[in-house]
Design a protein around this ligand. Sequence first.
Ligand code: ZN
Length: 149
Amino acid sequence: MSLADDLYRETILDHYHNPRNHGAIEHPTAQVEGVNPLCGDELTLYLTVKDDKIEDVKLTAKGCSINTASGSMMSELLLGKSVEEANQIVDLFKRMMLDKKEEVELPEELEDLEALRGVKKYPVRIKCALLPWNTMLEGLGNVLKSPLP
Ligand code: ZN
């Protein structure tokens, strides 16, 4: 393993052992469950969106290290973003993980996600990394559909 691989491993394990924004929100704008039966990953995502901004995001993940770490990194990066920015970041991350022809480059503010790029080498685990992000897409979609209070 190269030094870079080691560092990425450290990042994933750090987020796995100390997941950021772990927990639940009592009255969320959206609450979505995500399941990846291939691995047994399960998570619940809670979102509070106010004035088109992600004001709070929490999740509880029961699953493998990649699923938990990916959700933790996502929550850090999307907190405080507008719904549109969040959708763009999710889209970029999904392209990075799924594009087989080219290496999708990430802007500097998303460089933490480089730690997950290595997961592409293990196709069965890509779903683990994507589960929180697909759940987030569903959550953001629900926010847009929900009626105004
Ligand atoms: Zn998994």
